[in-house]
Design a binder for this molecule. Structure first.
Ligand code: 15L
Length: 278
């Protein structure tokens, strides 16, 4: 069986994946940032540390076949933090993969790499990237970095543009962006098992009736989602939409309104003056 390393194991997605892989008996090494993980089972292979430190990265990746890389800042934050965690940290991880001979990395990209598209547009995998902030911009950079390490060093990457990975959708936007946990786990299985993926970008999204994203072109991964947010639509649409008018216009939702300074009136007549600080 392949040995998997999981960074960001203490985070929202990492916790779900870690527990599921352990329950299945997958050989796993889980890493958290500054806070040590409490082992879920006796003898669990856990560690923690700062991934900007090559020694920490070497410890994480030694003897590993595939890294699931969920670590990093996962929301909009001031630029210096994004640069340290998502740019510098990612370079250290890929350099560590070179040193340790890790052949494949699953890179958690995000829908915020394309968040400035209006919700009326449907996107294929080759769409132009339109990040909705510094966080989304770091994912654009991460995807390009992953591409470079495949082209120059033969390290395979699957860049997954994750939508909204939640146990269940809770608001109208999620009817398009939801990535159910069952689909996430099936997706990661494919990332480990699929042969010869090379470099691949794919939407991390369930089979939502109202999806904005089309995964055509990524068939070689063998990802076949079965969850659909639509079963929650009636209940969700009966409640008020928590997003403001600006956030409802764009695929990136509430991230768009952070430090937004255009003052034109949008197609729905809503003045785009909802700028919030980071
Ligand atoms: C993300 O990239 C974030 O990490 C997560 O917290 C959600 O905001 C998600 O996108 C989303 O867009 O719903």
């Amino acid at each position: 069986m392949k040995k998997i390393a999981l960074s960001g194991a203490g985070g929202q997605l990492g916790s779900v994946v870690r527990a599921a892989l352990i329950a299945r008996g997958t050989p796993l090494r889980s890493a958290a940032g500054s806070k040590p993980l409490v082992p879920l089972v006796e003898g669990e292979d856990v560690m923690h540390g700062d991934l900007r430190d090559p020694a920490v990265v070497d410890r994480l990746l030694e003897g590993v076949d595939v890294l699931i890389h969920f670590a990093g800042t996962s929301v909009e934050r001031p630029l210096p933090e994004i640069i340290e965690n998502n740019l510098r940290g990612l370079v250290e991880v890929y350099e560590g993969a070179r040193r340790q001979g890790v052949r494949r990395i699953v890179f958690a990209s995000s829908n915020h790499a394309i968040g400035m598209y209006p919700v009326t547009e449907h996107l294929g995998l080759g769409c132009e990237l339109r990040p909705d902030g510094f966080y989304g911009l770091s994912k654009v950079w991460g995807e390009a970095l992953a591409r470079m390490y495949w082209d120059k060093h033969g390290i395979e990457s699957i860049c997954v543009r994750i939508g909204s990975c939640l146990e269940r959708p809770t608001e109208p936007r999620h009817l398009s962006t939801w990535f159910g946990h069952q689909d996430l786990l099936h997706f990661l299985d494919r990332c480990v098992e699929a042969k010869d993926v090379g470099f691949l970008t794919i939407w991390g999204v369930s089979a939502n009736t109202r999806s904005w994203w089309d995964n055509s072109g990524a068939e070689r991964l063998g990802y076949r989602p079965t969850q659909d947010a639509e079963i929650y639509a009636e209940e969700i649409l009966a409640r008020p939409n928590p997003l403001d008018a600006l956030s409802q216009r764009f695929q990136g939702g509430s991230f768009v309104g952070i430090d937004y300074s255009r003052d034109e009136v949008g197609p729905d007549g809503a003045a785009a003056t909802a700028a919030r600080p980071v």
